[in-house]
Write a protein that binds this ligand. Structure first.
Ligand SMILES: *Cc1c(COP(=O)(O)O)cnc(C)c1O
Length: 402
């Protein structure tokens, strides 16, 4: 079977500016004119589809950004929203609404982005949604957690920050068997893996990360079937339409343009990350990177990857002795211009943070230790700017000096 090529799919989306410009214009209008009042009425009743009404419902610039996200994911449709968290919360609530009363049970991976964990554990449960966290790489544990109320399974393609790869095909078979929806956060692996093509029902992105690439926007996206994406903006039941976290057309325009070089950037992140991970491993350092042969799911990740040489992504982790050792090393690395001590990922420069003390601190210590997330884990989002050999020399001189 010919593998899917996301770069070509994005390349083939073509929109012209008003006067034939090579890029589309930004349509900032918050509301749109109807030439016939009856068409406005039919738009509200749902008899008429495809008219622009009001920008919280849909906007031409946000729509064409959605087309590029859909192209990248091999999806029927996609919608840009205000943040990755908006993408997650609206998607979850929409699945529950579409499946019935808006309540029920979900099974989530125990290693998730800390914000997602807190949303599930503290916010969704307060609204009557039951949540069970399990090790989603253990399919028996996932199946055992299914109850008659279960509506969905939620996981990340590559888990944050432990970098376990989800067996998307197996999870999708299990979901289909039990009539559940499989929702996958693909923030760490845009271009590299297309979860929908392996059977996921909905894919989520924090576009704040690689899709922006410049750490200058908060944005998100949801990709899936046309039916599901349309349900998000339904005037009576749509969670994006009615809770309101829409994407601004100016943001959509910027990100639309950046999608064209996302493939080049992902390949560059991956190349430098692999180079540094191999060097660290050769030095005998406890590095985790899915591109290394010794990573437990190295072959699974290769199998899941589509066409194009986008590698294994830009995230790697290094196990330091304890939180203090991680702090000391990170400070040296920042002072020696190896990277910046900041949360987030996907920036052109290297970012680093101690996960247990930052983006995973929402997860209680007991849970963290159960999943193997230690206090000394230093997470790196490897940037592509600068010469890799120079970066390695900076890294190792700091490491040895510790
Ligand atoms: C950052 C992140 C999010 C949240 O996205 P925001 O754009 O910050 O709202 C969700 N999932 C993962 C994996 C992330 O890294």
């Amino acid at each position: 079977m010919k593998k899917f090529n996301p770069e070509q799919a994005i390349r083939d989306i073509q929109h012209f500016g008003e006067e034939g410009g090579v890029v589309p214009v930004i349509d900032v209008a918050s509301t749109s004119t109807f030439m016939d009042p009856r068409d406005m009425e039919k738009t509200f009743t749902g008899e008429l589809q495809g008219c622009y009404l009001y920008s919280r419902h849909s906007n031409p610039t946000v729509n064409i950004f959605g087309k590029k996200i859909a192209a990248m994911e091999g999806a029927e449709a996609a919608l840009g929203v205000a943040s990755g968290m908006a993408a997650i919360s609206c998607t979850i609530e929409q699945v529950f609404l579409n499946e019935g009363t808006g309540q029920g049970h979900l099974i989530a991976s125990q290693t998730l982005y800390g914000g997602t964990y807190a949303l599930f554990k503290n916010v969704l449960t307060s609204r009557g949604i039951k949540v069970t966290f399990v090790d989603t790489t253990d399919l028996k544990a996932v199946e055992a957690a299914i109850t008659p109320e279960t509506k969905l399974i939620y996981a990340e393609t590559l888990s944050n920050p432990l970098l376990a790869v989800s067996d998307l095909k197996a999870l999708s078979q299990l979901s289909k068997k039990h009539h559940l929806k499989l929702i996958i956060d693909n923030t760490f692996t845009p271009m590299i893996i297309q979860p929908l093509l392996h059977g996921a029902d909905v894919v989520i992105h924090s576009c704040t990360k690689y899709i922006s690439g410049s750490s200058d926007f908060i944005a998100g996206a949801v990709a899936g079937s046309q039916k599901f994406i349309s349900s998000l903006i339904d005037v009576n039941h749509g969670t994006v339409m009615l809770t309101g976290p829409v994407m601004d057309p100016r943001v959509a325009h910027e990100l639309y343009l950046r999608m064209d070089h996302l493939g080049v950037r992902m390949a560059a992140h991956s190349k430098t990350a692999l180079f540094l991970a191999q060097k660290m491993k050769k030095e005998g350092l406890p590095v985790i990177y899915p591109g290394l042969e010794n990573h437990p799911q190295h072959h699974l990740m290769k199998e899941l990857s589509g066409e194009g040489d986008f590698g294994f992504g830009g995230i790697l982790t290094l196990e330091c002795k304890d939180a203090d050792a991680a702090r000391v090393l990170a400070t040296k690395l920042q002072n020696n211009k190896f990277g910046l001590y900041a949360v987030s990922l996907g920036f052109s420069r290297t970012l680093m943070s101690c996960s247990a003390k930052s983006t995973s601190s929402e997860i209680p210590e007991e849970e963290r230790s159960k999943m193997g997330l230690s206090e000394g884990l230093l997470r790196f989002s490897i940037g592509y700017s600068g010469d890799a050999e120079t970066m390695w020399n900076r890294f190792i001189s700091c490491y040895r000096a510790k």
